[in-house]
Design a protein around this ligand. Structure first.
Ligand code: NAI
Ligand code: MG
Length: 355
């Protein structure tokens, strides 16, 4: 099978880590039967300054019509609002209908307090529909925003969360070391206050996750109000397997959870649609370390694996995870954000050797 992958480095260290991701894919063993073709594409702040748009139409059309998946680095955002500029990744998620944002947060198994969870965030609605208004009243300005929750979006995000729980269970069944006994999905919401919107998310997700095929596979379903979820996430992170949440809570929880594993340079994500996936490290463009060759490529390498998982290339993904875990648990080639002295290139080389 030949996969055509769009490469969107974006700004800052995106230009350092995305080439590492490409070289990783190229280095996958031939025995997997996978070939790659790459298309270089543009988006970001630099693109905006050159072309007047942060996400050129060409990038979207090529991704839609020619690619199976993509890797997205990071983009810089101006510190104050700039007319005409809006985040290209938010626009991409919308235009390609990438309805799920999937973020695994995992320590290597030998860590003193192992963590192995995946946060599945609804990516298309909630407050992020950006329908805001401001009006003048006798008491001063009042701003309002629409929080939209639909049965369709809640149902499909619950479904993919369930599928991810099943897939993780399948990997455990092969004897792969794990801290979890069975598949568990935790539905996060605030329906005690927002009974209509979060209430619909909760009831829809519960209905999907307690029906076939998840019921048959004994996926445990529990609920957690979002504020207590934050508390438990920090007190007891090892208890969580898959967490599913509406857009806003998912955004906050997934960045928060990233703090549990030591460095942003380790945490991957994927934006997933019906038949397309974009791997995206969760960090930003890191201007403070840009150009020094010391950015940690692991978040991107794991994002490339995650993309492959959602393109149904699980064996290839597993090889990458194993190589990365090997690098981290040996600890000989660690980048400075992890307390080491290795350059981006040395970390990559070590992972490629293990592959
Ligand atoms: P950041 O994630 O770029 O950096 C935060 C800190 O983590 C910095 O000290 C940085 O050096 C370090 N870091 C991040 N990734 C690393 C890696 N791979 N290896 C080693 N160290 C790493 O967040 P910050 O500084 O708040 O934002 C910088 C720019 O990135 C801003 O313009 C912001 O808008 C943008 N940004 C973009 C995101 C995206 O494209 N998804 C996400 C977050 C921020
Ligand atoms: Mg975020």
């Amino acid at each position: 099978r030949t996969l055509r992958i769009g490469l969107i480095p974006g700004d800052g260290i995106g230009k350092e880590v995305i080439p590492a991701g490409r070289r990783l894919l190229e280095a996958l063993p031939a025995s997997l039967g996978l070939k790659f073709e790459f298309v270089d594409l543009e988006a970001g702040w630099e693109t905006f300054q050159q072309q007047g748009v942060a996400l050129p139409d060409k990038t979207v059309t090529v991704l839609k019509n020619e690619c199976d998946g993509a890797l997205f680095g990071a983009v810089s955002s101006p510190t104050s609002a700039v007319k005409g500029y809006s985040s290209p990744i938010v626009a991409l998620r919308k235009r390609l209908d990438l309805y799920a944002n999937v973020r695994p947060v995992k320590t290597v198994v030998s860590a003193p307090k192992p963590i192995d969870m995946v946060i599945v965030r609804e990516n298309t609605e909630d407050l992020y529909v950006k329908e805001e208004t401001t009006r003048d009243t006798p008491e001063g300005k009042v701003a309002e925003a629409i929080k939209r929750i639909s049965q369709r979006a809640s149902g499909r995000i619950a479904n993919i969360a369930g599928e991810i729980a099943l897939r993780r269970q399948k990997i455990r069944a092969t004897g792969s070391p794990s801290i979890h006994r069975g598949p568990l999905v935790t539905i996060t919401h605030k329906s005690n206050v927002l009974s209509q919107t979060d209430g619909l998310f909760r009831s829809t997700a519960r209905e999907v996750l307690t029906a076939s095929p998840f019921r048959d596979a004994e996926v445990a379903v529990e609920e957690q109000i979002v504020d207590s979820m934050v508390y438990k996430l920090f007190r007891q992170p090892e208890a969580y397997d898959v967490i599913v949440a509406p857009n806003l809570y998912g955004d906050i929880l997934s960045d928060g959870a990233a703090a549990l594993v030591g460095s942003l340079g380790l945490v991957p994500s994927a934006n997933v649609g019906e038949d397309f996936a974009i791997g995206e490290p969760c960090h930003g463009s890191a201007p403070d370390i840009q150009g020094q060759g010391i950015s940690n490529p692991i978040a991107t390498l794991r994002s490339a694996a995650l993309m492959l998982e959602f393109l149904n290339e699980e064996a290839a993904a597993a090889k990458i995870y194993e190589a990365v875990d090997g690098n981290l648990s040996e600890g000989k080639f660690l980048s400075p954000d992890l307390g080491g002295t290795a350059k981006t290139e040395e970390v990559l080389q070590d992972v490629l050797c293990r592959l």
